[in-house]
Design a protein around this ligand. Structure first.
Ligand code: ADP
Ligand code: MG
Length: 601
């Protein structure tokens, strides 16, 4: 008897499980499947993302459905179109040996007639987003008055997205004597309210400790290319409209720069670091406490005293050097019984750090994707609609209403809604319409943590770089190595074969560091001059690439003036783009570049 068989599943499902290659049930499956098969109960199951919740409700649901009847018997509500499709796909795989069982997906942004047609053909299981579901009920296209099972999947996420009213409406169209199964990663107040209001005496199961401090924080990482950190940060913020967060950077300089850039791009952001006066810091902290600032960009030292309770997200713009520091950072959220998310933006070379952190915090990270532009537009749209719905009417506008009615005269309700929503939505849509996917492909999970796996990305173990500084700039191999070591936060063994020529040099690192190095030297300037690093074509570094000397040539005029910039004691090293430190030429070039792509950090 397999472990799945022991849970009470029948042969058609067991066969499908065998095809899927599942060997042992996950904890949430082990706990919920027997309960749900045995009896007609209401269930609240709390388990993090990636723990196999779909099968935990999917297997028992499929087994309990009568596939000889074409009546809709099971309704699964899920927050987004992507999840809807994913669940539908899983359900179809799970039920492939159950003859006559149909699962249909219902979601916005696709033809309603086609979906109506599929429903009409008979769907025992419907997987739906709340918005489209409500719409279809309203039009009488779908009948859920005879369902036996209603599943609320990712309940916390649905409520986050403002679907409370829709869910309430949908549930009011379902029979009283059905079973409701609620699955959620976290248990915020709103989820508890739903459970209390719409469920009868639900059995509660929790996978992993519920309130034991650390477990109230979910850890996520987002793998991006080295140059996409900043645009990734923006997307994470845009995909979480109610975000109230601390964004951690490694240096004061980065902290200041990221904050300035966010402000420039229209976010409610502020910087907190040691170069600010006490007065400035107080101002920033007050604004943060009042939530006038949604993204507080901070260094570790400056953020140490932050005692704000309802921070929703901690974002690690860069990982800290010490693992201990990560624990302090993520502990800023998930306080006072609330749940929180700690996000890490990383490049491939940092994957093994994730592994070390996992060991230390005894919790696994979830690998997540940076939302696509379209996903963000969708989230923003629902958020806006929800905000309109819940906004308190300001009586002060009454005097102006007659005039406003005149302006809007002749628009019907639908048109008016379309226009109101477009005012805000178009801003996001225009920005994200043609943006690229920021996600970097992840190496095979099994290879994570082995350390050297990253090498496969360049085909061999080490990478040779060209850098456009040399003896003329005052370097010998030792001082160049020191400069690189300090700038890149590397150890002395990480850099080798440092070879200094007259006006340029070469050096090597392990391939795993490539992203980090190219990222650091993107738009990197020393006293107004670009210091440019590129991967060298020739393994021995005998010749450089044609474009490689772009930096110094472009800045020829500065050459004599800046001849001595390489000497450490004089160097105030900075990347371009900071309005404070760039030369005139530098900042305008920074601006130009930032327009050309998503951002330039
Ligand atoms: P959740 O809804 O909890 O986030 P999913 O149901 O989406 O998780 O499952 C995550 C992944 O794990 C899916 O790819 C699923 O096919 C797989 N999976 C689920 N259960 C098992 C199992 N018992 N053994 C192996 N893989 C599983
Ligand atoms: Mg799920």
């Amino acid at each position: 008897m397999t472990k799945f068989e022991a849970l009470g599943l029948n042969s058609s499902i067991l066969n499908a499980i065998a095809d899927l290659g599942f060997e042992t049930p996950s904890e949430v499956q082990e706990k919920s499947i027997p309960l749900l098969l045995d009896d007609e109960i209401d269930l609240v199951a709390l388990a993090q993302t990636g723990t196999g919740k779909t099968a935990a409700f999917g297997f028992p649901l499929i087994q309990k459905i009568n596939s000889d009847s074409r009546t809709t018997q099971g309704l699964i509500l899920s927050p987004t179109r992507e999840l809807c499709l994913q669940i539908t796909n899983e359900m179809q795989l799970y039920s492939k040996y159950v003859k006559g069982l149909n699962t249909v997906a219902i979601y916005g942004g696709a033809s309603i007639t086609e979906q109506a047609r599929q429903i009409k053909r008979g769907a025992q299981i419907v997987v739906a987003t709340p918005g489209r579901m409500k719409d279809m009920i309203g039009r009488g296209i779908i009948d859920i008055t005879k369902i036996d099972y209603c599943i609320l999947d990712e309940a916390d996420e649905m409520l986050n997205m403002g679907f409370y009213e829709d869910i309430k409406d949908i549930l009011s169209n379902t029979p009283k004597e059905k079973s409701t199964w609620l699955f959620s990663a976290t248990m915020p107040k709103e989820v508890a309210t739903i459970a209390k209001k719409f469920m009868h005496n639900p059995t509660e199961i929790t996978v992993g400790a519920k309130n034991s401090g650390v477990d109230t924080v979910q850890h996520e990482y987002y793998l991006v290319g080295g140059r996409d950190r900043y645009p990734a940060l923006k997307r994470l913020s845009d995909a979480n409209p109610g975000i109230f967060s601390v964004v951690f950077c490694r240096t004061k300089r980065d902290t200041q720069r990221v904050a300035e850039k966010l402000i420039e791009d229209g976010y409610n952001a502020g910087a907190l670091h040691g170069d600010l006066s006490q007065n400035q810091r107080d101002l920033v902290m007050n604004a943060f406490r009042k939530k006038q600032i949604q993204m507080l960009v901070a260094t570790d030292v400056a953020a140490r005293g932050i005692d704000v309770d309802d921070i929703t997200h901690v974002i690690n713009y860069q990982l800290p050097d010490e693992i201990e520091t990560y624990t302090h950072r993520s502990g800023r959220t998930g306080r006072a019984g609330k749940s929180g998310i700690s996000m890490v933006i990383i490049t491939r070379s940092e994957l093994r750090k994730i592994h070390s952190i996992e060991k230390k915090i005894k919790q696994n990270f979830i690998s997540k994707k940076i939302p696509t532009g379209i996903e963000i537009c969708e989230i923003q749209l629902y958020h806006l609609a929800n905000r309109i719905r819940t906004t308190e009417i300001n009586e002060e506008i009454n005097n102006y209403l007659p005039a406003i009615h005149d302006v809007l005269d002749g628009l019907d309700r639908d048109e008016l809604i379309q226009k109101i929503v477009s005012v805000e939505f178009t801003r996001f849509f225009n920005y994200y319409n043609k943006t690229k996917d920021l996600n970097s492909a992840e190496p095979d999970r099994r290879e994570r943590g082995k350390g050297k796996t990253d090498q496969s990305f360049s085909g061999n173990g080490s990478v040779r770089y060209f850098i456009n500084v040399g003896e003329r700039d005052g370097y010998d191999w030792m001082s160049l190595k020191d400069f690189l070591k300090d700038t890149l936060h590397l150890g002395k063994d990480d850099l080798f074969k440092v070879d200094v020529k007259d006006s340029f040099s070469f050096f090597n690192t392990e391939a795993a560091l490539k992203d980090q190095i190219l990222e650091t030297f993107t738009d990197f300037k020393v006293k107004g001059r670009f210091v440019n690093v590129e991967v060298s074509d020739s393994p021995e570094g005998g010749r450089r690439r044609k474009r490689s000397d772009r930096g110094p040539r472009k800045n020829k005029d500065n050459r004599d003036r800046d001849r001595s910039y390489g000497k450490k004691r004089e160097g105030k090293y900075s990347k371009s783009g900071s309005r404070r430190s760039g030369s005139k030429q530098g900042s305008s070039s920074g601006k130009r570049r930032s327009k050309n792509r998503d951002g330039f950090f």
